[in-house]
Design a protein around this ligand. Structure first.
Ligand code: 4AD
Ligand code: MG
Length: 467
């Protein structure tokens, strides 16, 4: 058996007419098979696009009948034949199989993915197979398209892609939602009832998985002016919701010589660029989402592209919520965080589109955000979108040494642990800003999927880390 990268034609290319009229070889997995008296049709999918290639086994095929028999849903095949115009039906091209063999069988009595549609809950239990379904194939391709669009966007604006550490000693958000990293023999220590001494741990101190690359990104922004990160992020948030993961990917641009208005401007352009990329480059998959996942999705995204993003301060948002006449589960009051139901009212009812909320009370935001002159609010901004709520969170950073020390103290953190972060304010401090976009949140929003666990290949959430 020989498998050569060059000799195989991907299904997407074949369907686009590459090799039309010639003999080609394709590989893939059987989606469906139907047979009439003399002819068998196999839909072959290789993940290169939504559609499958129709393979025809006509009467004169050289493939033996028992081999065709084994081509059940899920089996992997190699097929060689002539790519030809299809005489009828909705298929435009088809492969007239001359030779074919089954590479790996998928017995129908055991292979879980048969013709019928499975619930997303069930597919989460077979995450090792769900990539072979239309929805998860489309999500994987959309993630790829959006990843490339992320890099393209920032590269065009002169940002440098920065790799920030995954293991860290500091809580970048000050929210205490950290996963600890240790090589200490915890079982032994507990059995012997010994105290844990972190000086003996691998790093000689407590260490964690990062909740954000921001603090490290600030270091490089204060040297290269514009940087961005795009990496895995970990939060031990005990929230079992459709928009939280314990492990997710975040994109965090950081810009020196940039205030909150500049930050908002870039955030808005960035979000638009990603939506445009999805509509333009993942057209077929977007049509699938529009038809099968969220009817009206494309129209909604196009409306978003055409409209201005609404802007309001947190104080205005609270006023609007209080004036709404709605009864919310959590009564909106100045000083408490916006709940999901509040975000939905603002985006889905008040503005019917994205809303950027700025200037939150300092008590409910991270320690690094720049204090406003009122002494009560900070230069924060959250971008909220319909159905989902917060998709981007960012701020102008506190660049005044004394105010920052004070905020760190107020947040109950130890300023000594942040000495290097404070040094940025001691030496060549500059106004700077940045934001974070949750990659899975944006994939969820653009695909119209309901649950964030279905837009990442292998979701990690509370009590769930199987695959
Ligand atoms: O608002 P957050 O917590 O902001 C930060 O982490 C800042 N350091 C960003 C910055 O200014 N550089 O998180 C940013 C975004 C959120 O708006 C949300 O989209 C996403 O990250 N996010 C999550 N996505 C999935 N699961 C979770 N548990 C998430 N927590 C935050
Ligand atoms: Mg936030």
């Amino acid at each position: 058996m020989q498998f050569s990268f060059e000799q195989t034609v991907r299904v997407a290319d074949a369907l686009a007419g590459s090799g039309l009229g010639e003999d080609i070889s394709v590989h893939g997995w059987v989606r469906t098979k139907r047979s009439s008296k003399s002819v068998t049709f196999v839909e072959l999918n290789d993940g290169s696009c939504m559609n499958s290639l129709q393979v025809i086994f006509a009467e004169d095929t050289m493939v033996p009948a028992p081999e065709i028999e084994r081509m059940q849903t899920g089996a992997s095949l190699e097929v060689t034949g002539k790519l030809a115009e299809s005489p009828g039906g909705r298929q435009t091209l088809e492969l007239q199989a001359a030779h074919a063999r089954v590479l790996g069988e998928a017995p129908a009595d055991r292979y879980p993915l048969q013709k019928k549609r499975h619930s997303f809950e069930y597919l989460r239990e077979i995450a090792h197979l769900r990539a072979r379904t239309n929805t998860f194939g489309a999500i994987a391709r959309l993630r790829n398209t959006l990843s490339m669009a992320v890099h393209r966007f920032f590269q065009e604006y002169g940002f440098y892609y920065l790799h920030t550490p995954i293991i860290t000693a500091s809580d970048a958000e000050g929210a205490g939602e950290l996963f600890q990293v240790t090589t200490l023999p915890l079982d032994e220590l507990a059995a012997e009832q010994r105290e844990i001494d972190y000086a003996e741990d691998f790093f000689g101190r407590r260490a964690y998985l990062t909740v954000s690359g921001q603090l490290n990104a600030e270091i490089y922004a204060c040297a290269l002016e514009r940087v961005y990160t795009f990496g895995p992020t970990f939060r031990a948030e005990n929230s079992n919701t459709s928009r939280h993961l314990a492990e997710f990917w975040m994109i965090e641009p950081e810009m020196a010589f940039c205030d909150l208005d500049g930050n908002i401007e870039i955030a808005e352009r960035f979000l638009r660029a990603l939506i445009e990329a999805a509509l333009r480059e993942a057209t077929e998959d977007m049509q699938f989402f529009d038809k099968r996942i969220q009817p009206g999705l494309i129209a909604e995204l196009e409306r978003l592209l055409a409209a201005e993003f609404a802007r309001m301060t947190y104080t205005e948002a609270i006023d609007a919520l209080r004036r709404s006449g709605r009864t919310f589960e959590y009564t909106p009051s100045w000083g408490s965080d916006l709940q999901s139901e509040h975000e939905r009212y603002l985006t889905e009812e008040l503005y019917n589109g994205p809303v950027i909320v700025t200037d939150y009370p300092k008590e409910i935001k991270a320690f690094y955000m720049k204090l406003n002159d009122d002494g009560k609010t900070v230069r924060a901004m959250d971008v909220l979108v319909p159905h989902l709520g917060e998709i981007i969170g960012g701020s102008q950073r506190e660049d005044d040494l004394e105010l920052l020390k004070q905020r760190i103290g107020e947040a109950g953190l130890d300023p000594r642990a942040y000495w290097w972060y404070l040094d940025l304010r001691r030496f060549g401090s500059v106004p700077h800003s940045g934001f974070g976009l949750g990659f899975e949140r944006v994939v969820r929003y653009i695909s119209g999927m309901q649950n964030i666990r279905d837009v990442i290949p292998f979701p990690r959430a509370v009590r769930s880390a199987e695959f």
